[in-house]
Ligand binder design. Structure first.
Ligand code: IMP
Length: 404
C-alpha cells in the first residue's frame, strides 16, 4: 500500500492527469482536494482523449474509486455535464464517485462576479466562479453540496447570499443582477447529484487507508498558482501546494508516503502575471505548436518559455517533493539549443545552455534509449534540484512514459 501526492510544480498544465492515470492501478483510490472545474486534465487512452475538469483522473480506470474532498468547490451543472460526458464515453461513475458533503457550491452569481470582476482586475481567470466561491467559504456563508438534499431549509440563507451577490454585481461591478428564484428552482434539479454522491469523505479516506488501498491525491493547477505561495495576485484561490491535501481532504501529513512533483521540460502559463523565462520568438511558437499549448478548459493559448530551475527549487521545498516527473520532453526534440534558468540577476534570468538532441524521443521506452543530450538535460535537472527524476513523459499516450 502506498499513498502518493501528485502535485504540479509550475503554473498548472504540467500533465498531471496523464501521470495520475498512468499510476492508477485497479485497487487505487484517486482523490481531488482543491480547485474546481477550472482544472483541465487531459488523458489519452487507446487514441481517445478525455478531458476532465472536476472528476479525478482515476475515473478512466474502471476499477478505481474517486473521491472529491471538502477543499473542492463544486458547480452542480459542471458536475452533471462531466458525468454525462463520461457516461457517453462508456465510463460509469456509479459506486465509484464520492463527493464530500462539505464541498462549497459554485452558484451562477459566483460565475457572474468572477467574469465581471476579471474585466476590471485582469487576472485572466478561467471565469468559472472559483475565486468568489472560495471567498464565500472563507466568509462562512457557503451553500454546501449536502444542502442540495434539503434546499427548503436553506432557502432564506440562499436568498440572502444571492441578494449580497446581486448588490456586488449591480453596485460595484456594473453588471446585471441574476434572478434568485430561477437559481433556486435550477438548484432543485441538481438534488439528485447530492443523493447519489454526497457522503462523508473523511470517513471514507480513513477506511481506504486502513484497508491498505493505494491512494493517489491529485493536485489541480500548480504550485506557482497557490493562493499563499504563488505569484500573488496572479494566482488561483486555493492551496495548490502539498499542504492543501491535509485541509482539503482530511488526511494528516504523516500518511503521505510519496510526493511526486510534476514539471514540464519547459514552462507555460495561462492568464496574466509574471513569467521571467517567457519567450516571444520563434522558439515560443514552436513549443506552442508542437506542445499543443492551449488551455484544456478555456482554449486560451498558453504563454511558453524556458524551464525555471531556480523557481522549481523553491517549490520543491514548499511541497517536500520526494520524486520528480518531467513531462513533454519530446516537445524540445527539434531545438538546437535549450536553456534553463539557474539564477536571477536582479530579476533577469541567468541561463545555462544545453545542446539540443535534435532527434525524436517519442518512441523511447527506457532512459538509456534517450539521446545522450536529452539524458544530460535530465541529469542536470535532477542534480540541480536534488531530487531524483523517476518518470519522464515523451508523448501524450500511456505507453510514452519512461520509468527509472
Ligand atoms: P481561476 O482559478 O479561474 O480563478 O484563475 C486564476 C488563475 O489561475 C488564472 O491565471 C488562470 O489561468 C489560472 N488557472 C486556473 N486553473 C488553471 C489550470 O488548471 N491550469 C492552468 N492555469 C489555471
Amino acid at each position: 500500500m502506498t499513498t502518493t501526492l501528485v502535485i504540479g510544480l509550475q503554473w498548472g498544465d504540467e500533465g498531471k492527469g496523464k501521470i495520475v492515470d498512468a499510476l492508477t492501478k485497479d485497487s487505487s483510490v484517486v482523490c481531488r482536494f482543491q480547485g474546481g472545474h477550472n482544472a483541465g486534465h487531459t488523458i489519452k487512452v487507446d487514441g481517445e482523449s478525455h478531458v476532465l475538469h472536476l472528476v479525478p483522473s482515476g475515473i478512466i480506470n474502471p476499477k478505481s474509486k474517486c473521491l472529491i474532498g471538502n477543499g473542492v468547490v463544486i458547480s452542480p451543472q459542471a458536475l452533471e455535464e462531466e458525468i454525462q460526458m463520461l457516461n457517453n464515453a462508456g465510463i460509469s461513475v456509479e459506486n465509484r464517485l464520492f463527493i464530500s458533503a462539505k464541498c462549497p457550491l459554485i452558484l451562477p452569481t459566483h460565475v457572474a462576479i468572477d467574469q465581471a470582476r476579471d474585466k476590471q482586475e485582469n487576472i485572466g481567470t478561467t471565469g468559472r466562479g472559483i475565486g468568489p466561491a472560495y471567498e464565500d467559504k472563507v466568509g462562512r456563508r457557503s451553500i454546501k453540496f449536502s444542502d442540495l438534499l434539503d434546499l427548503m431549509s436553506i432557502k432564506e440563507k440562499l436568498f440572502n447570499i444571492l441578494d449580497f451577490h446581486n448588490k456586488v454585481l449591480t453596485k460595484l461591478l456594473n453588471a446585471e443582477e441574476l434572478d434568485p428564484q430561477i437559481i433556486f428552482t435550477d438548484l432543485k434539479k441538481f438534488q439528485y447529484l447530492a443523493k447519489s454522491y454526497s457522503c462523508n469523505t473523511n470517513e471514507l479516506v480513513e477506511d481506504f487507508y486502513k484497508n491498505g488501498d493505494d491512494i493517489i491525491f491529485e493536485g489541480a493547477q500548480g504550485s506557482m498558482l497557490d493562493i499563499d505561495h504563488g505569484t500573488y495576485p496572479f494566482v488561483t484561490s486555493s492551496n495548490t501546494t502539498a499542504g492543501g491535501v491535509s485541509s482539503g481532504l482530511g488526511i494528516g501529513p504523516k500518511f503521505i508516503d510519496n510526493i511526486l512533483g510534476i514539471s514540464k521540460a519547459y514552462t507555460t502559463r495561462v492568464g496574466e502575471g509574471p513569467f521571467p523565462t517567457e519567450l516571444f520568438d520563434s522558439t515560443a511558437e514552436e513549443i506552442s505548436r508542437i506542445g499543443n499549448e492551449f488551455g484544456a478548459t478555456t482554449g486560451r493559448p498558453r504563454r511558453c518559455g524556458w524551464l525555471d530551475l531556480k523557481a522549481l527549487r523553491e517549490v520543491i521545498f514548499i511541497n517536500s517533493v520526494t520524486t520528480l516527473c518531467i513531462t513533454k520532453l519530446d516537445v524540445l526534440d527539434n531545438l538546437e539549443t535549450i536553456n534553463a534558468c539557474i539564477d536571477y540577476d536582479q530579476s533577469t534570468p541567468v541561463y545555462k545552455s544545453f545542446t539540443g538532441w535534435q532527434s525524436s524521443t517519442v518512441n523511447c521506452n527506457k532512459f538509456s534509449d534517450l539521446p545522450k543530450c536529452a539524458q544530460e538535460y535530465i541529469l542536470y535537472i535532477e542534480d540541480f534540484l536534488g531530487v531524483p527524476v523517476n518518470i519522464i513523459s515523451v508523448g501524450p499516450s500511456r505507453n510514452q512514459t519512461i520509468y527509472r
